[in-house]
Design a protein around this ligand. Structure first.
Ligand code: NDP
Length: 405
């Protein structure tokens, strides 16, 4: 029987998911795209139809309201919900999936709007409910988290007996020509970047000040870039799921100009998430900043350059030290030419579609709530090559390490 797919969220990532599901219509069947602002869904549906000839339906939903999501799932008779709204909606959408017996996928873990802290605790706690409802939840099926988890699982399966060190290396060398803009939702992005850094070593989490630790990494096809240690959500699940691990860190590139703008905005209070009173109105400064900054979905047309995201893994195979670097390079302009989105939305939306495809085809299927590295990486890695995210594996000299200054 033909499947039915519900996508919630019509931003940069939702646009890519809608395009890619339409391009794989044989698996996704009838597609409905829903968001708070239905005109955004209609614009995407129009572009998808013009470029692919596939008609998708649109709907309005406030996904903060579980009952509204339940009604929408019932009306659309969806087999799967692909949640690419904001992390704030993860729990309400998961609850709606439990109530209706519908499979669930997202790309970012739950965050409460009032606290800039993300963790899997509340989503993992729904494991039993998902099992009782006989449904699957796949968490973090974007690029990072998502593909990075699958790269680690692939390294574990094909290259290592024991993985000891993981460094996740995320570079966006794209240039959109604006003095300051973020490549995905500005609120989520700035909350993440302004949080304390954290990494895991020898059984414990170690905290750093934001941007305290920096190194220079030479990203293939991009070049040497300043890379800063951040905390990122895939570290939490990989620590749990990769045995023998001694350390995991996450690095992201930022230009000096981005960091200087952010510092000024921080210093004047524009990144605060608590309300302040302005002319008798309560205003959250970060919400005002978001409204002033370019919409990430509008950056596609003007962004040039490449992204390179990968995992640098060290460990032991057959008693000998081994180092493997698995990475993927995307070109912003190529992404735009294909689906009218820049590379950051593309590299997130394509894996969201692939995760959902493997679930619908039952190539990845386990009841309960799961992270990406719990599944056989091979079918996902094959799909990455087919669906527009080809990857490379580099075997390096044994014992090569990252030099952190
Ligand atoms: P955008 O801000 O561009 O889009 C978010 C969309 O969600 C908008 O259409 C918005 O609609 C909709 N939305 C927000 N609140 C609600 C609500 N209550 N009910 C229904 N819809 C709502 O974000 P992106 O597309 O850049 O990012 C989407 C997700 O992808 C985020 O969760 C982000 O963290 C994640 N992400 C994951 C990455 C990864 O590699 N794993 C990388 C990049 C992003 P409206 O405009 O009407 O409010």
């Amino acid at each position: 029987m033909s499947k039915k797919t519900l996508i919630i969220g019509a931003g940069g990532v939702g646009n890519v998911v809608a395009f890619k599901c339409a391009m794989n219509k044989g698996t996704f069947g009838d597609i409905v795209l829903a968001s708070r602002t239905v005109s955004k869904c209609d614009d995407i549906a129009k572009n998808v139809y013009e470029k692919t000839g596939v008609k998708i339906k649109t709907a309005k939903v406030d996904a903060d309201n579980t009952e509204e999501v339940i009604d929408l799932i019932r009306n659309t008779e969806a087999d799967i919900v692909i949640n690419v709204a904001l992390p704030y909606q993860d729990l309400t959408i998961m609850d709606a999936c439990v109530a209706t017996g519908t499979d669930y996928l997202d790309t970012a873990n739950y965050e409460h709007p009032d606290t800039a802290k993300f963790e899997y605790k509340e989503q993992w706690a729904k494991d039993e409910e998902f099992k009782k409802a006989g449904i699957m939840g796949l968490l973090g099926s974007g690029f990072d988290p998502g593909v990075t988890n699958v790269f680690v699982a692939y390294a574990q399966k094909h290259y290592f007996d024991e993985i000891h060190y993981i460094d996740i290396l995320d570079c966006n060398a794209g240039d959109h020509g604006y003095p300051f803009a973020t490549n995905f939702n500005p609120e989520i992005n700035i909350r993440e970047v302004n949080s304390k850094g954290r990494y895991w070593e020898e059984g414990e989490w170690k905290e750093t000040e934001p941007m305290e630790i920096k190194m220079v990494w030479d990203y293939p096809e991009v070049g040497a870039k300043d890379s800063y240690l951040l905390y990122h959500e895939e570290e939490e699940s990989l620590v749990k799921n990769i045995p023998h691990l001694k350390r995991i860190r996450f690095w992201m590139t930022f230009s000096q100009s981005y960091l200087t703008h952010l510092k000024v905005l921080d210093n004047v209070g524009m990144t605060r998430i608590d309300p302040v009173e302005v002319d008798g109105c309560k205003v959250i400064p970060l919400h005002l900043l978001k409204a002033l900054l370019p919409d990430p979905a509008s950056l596609g047309e003007r962004t040039k350059g490449k992204t390179n995201i990968g995992v640098f893994v060290q460990g032991i195979k057959d008693g000998k030290e081994k180092t493997v670097y698995i990475y993927q390079v995307s070109d912003h302009e190529k992404c735009y030419a294909e689906v009218m989105s820049q590379g950051v939305s593309y590299t997130t939306g394509v894996p969201a579609m692939i995760g959902a495809k493997l679930m619908l085809e039952h190539k990845w299927y386990k009841e309960g709530v799961h992270n990406m590295e719990e599944f056989d990486p091979d079918p996902f890695m094959e799909e990455l090559n087919i669906q527009g995210l080809p990857w490379q594996v580099m075997e390096l000299d044994a014992g090569k390490t990252l030099e952190v200054k």
